[in-house]
Design a protein around this ligand. Structure first.
Ligand SMILES: [Fe+2]
Length: 466
């Protein structure tokens, strides 16, 4: 018996050491085959011939006192008004905001009327009720504004990427919705996967809008464009990139002096969030390059300690799928991220999950041979979370051996929860779909790079391997 306990204790110690240093490649094996998109009738329109549908909201200004309310009316362009009031004060005056209304054609498809109304001068951290439509087609929703920006304001984000509209997508979204912690979603691109259907069947953009409404109507989703938002199809006469996406998903890009909705920034509670476009020009002198160069020095870590970047194509990815596709953007911007001590970079694109150590690869200059990533306390953690569960299936072909920069990786679907506790600490969990939503398959503490730049690996990482 004594010998058994000796062996058991040694085994526990070995497991602890393994987990503290990152847990390698998970042994969890998920079914490798792709699932199909759910039939369009699985996402029915609400009753009524012109009832508002596909409702989604996002932050409408730089500070968090505005909200953009977006929706589609399928037949008539009116009413294009949102009525809103404070939930705690239903007898107060109900205010209204008028929408900008647009539509687009794509090959043989014509969209419904797409409305975007910006509600301004809202109170911080306040629940609002809003209504769309009229008479018996009226639909009511609610949202809560973020708290006033400040360095120790706690706030919790969900993180989702590459969602699509399959059974797996549905499981991911249901998991996220069932998790009561998330107050807003950082979405890292690839929304509907309409372009995987013949002629980019844009009815799939509509069905996706109806699918995600259960969350997007109630909390802001911070949008990032992925390659499936390009919808570039010269063979059918569609030569303008991002056209469906840009008509449907408005973001407050002008508030951060951006010249394009594909890259922008917002402040949200204690976070400064920068959204980049992997599929727009980012070489030197391009608008995105110039904007980011001026943007990073503006971040005041005394006001927003957590500097988070969202982009689609990961810079550090040890999967054979999309391997090194993010390399050219990394070469352009990584030294800036290290200089400005970016805390976290979330990416999608690769349909699996991976978390890196804090590493950088900025010394290389084409002749010195220093092209291996090294530990760097000023570098971000890179998280690839393109595991929403879309029609293209899982990316289950990791490179072997696992690179030293990769802390944990698993070929599964899921979502993450990022809890900003104060200016120094954030708790992070990743939830695989095949567990209950309360189970964390990967969890760690992140220490703020500006206020508390200590090494998390020495203390905090833990991962549940199945
Ligand atoms: Fe992608």
């Amino acid at each position: 018996m004594f010998r058994f306990w000796i062996v058991f204790c040694l085994w526990v110690q070995v497991c602890a050491v393994v987990c503290i240093n990152g847990c390698g490649t998970s042994s969890y094996v998920r079914k490798p085959f792709a699932s199909h998109d759910l039939p369009i009738h699985h996402f029915p329109s609400p009753p009524g011939f012109n009832a508002p549908q596909q409702v989604h909201i996002t932050q409408g200004d730089h500070e968090g006192r505005s909200m953009i309310i977006s929706w589609v009316t399928p037949v008539q362009p009116t009413p294009n008004v949102v009525t809103y009031w404070e939930a705690a004060n239903p007898n107060c005056i109900h205010k209204q905001a008028h929408a900008k209304t647009t539509y687009y054609r794509y090959y043989n498809y014509t969209s419904g009327y797409i409305h975007h109304a910006t509600i301004r001068r809202l109170k911080y951290d306040t629940q609002y009720i809003y209504e769309l439509g009229k008479h018996n087609e009226t639909r009511r929703f609610s949202f809560t504004t973020p708290p006033q920006v400040g360095p120790d304001v706690p706030y919790t984000f969900g993180v989702i990427g590459d969602l699509g509209q399959t059974c797996d997508s549905n499981q991911t979204l249901e998991h996220y919705v069932a998790n009561p912690k998330g107050k807003a979603v950082l979405f890292v691109g690839d929304l509907s996967y309409a372009d995987d259907h013949p002629f980019h069947d844009n009815r799939r953009w509509d069905s996706w809008g109806r699918f995600v409404e259960k969350s997007t109507a109630y909390q802001p989703w911070i949008w990032t464009a992925g390659n499936h938002e390009l919808d570039l199809a010269p063979e059918i006469g569609e030569n303008t990139p991002f056209r469906p996406y840009l008509h449907r998903y408005y973001v407050p890009y002008k508030a951060s002096q951006s010249t394009s909705p594909l890259w922008y920034s917002i402040k949200h509670a204690s976070a400064y969030i920068i959204v980049l476009s992997s599929y727009s020009a980012y070489g030197k002198y391009t608008p995105q390059y110039n904007w980011l160069e001026q943007e990073l020095p503006k971040v005041n870590r005394a006001e927003t300690p957590w500097l988070i970047v969202l982009l689609h194509s990961p810079w550090y990815n040890s999967n054979n799928y999309h391997y090194m596709e993010g390399e050219s953007m990394r070469v352009m911007f990584e030294s800036w991220f290290v200089k400005h001590k970016v805390d976290l970079v979330f990416a999608g694109h690769v349909h699996s999950y991976e978390r890196s150590k804090r590493i950088s690869n900025v010394k290389y200059n084409i002749t010195n041979g220093l092209s291996t990533p090294v530990c760097d306390a000023s570098a971000p953690v890179y998280i690839t979370i393109g595991d929403g569960g879309n029609v293209e299936g899982i990316a289950n072909n990791f490179t072997e051996p696992q690179p030293s920069y990769s802390a944990f990786r698993e070929a599964s679907f899921g979502h993450a929860i990022l809890e900003l506790k104060n200016r120094t600490h954030a708790h992070y969990t990743w939830h695989r779909n095949h567990d209950g939503e309360a189970v964390a398959a990967d969890s760690t503490w992140f220490y703020n790079r500006y206020w508390y730049p200590h090494d998390e690996d020495q203390l905090s990482s833990s991962t549940t391997m199945s």
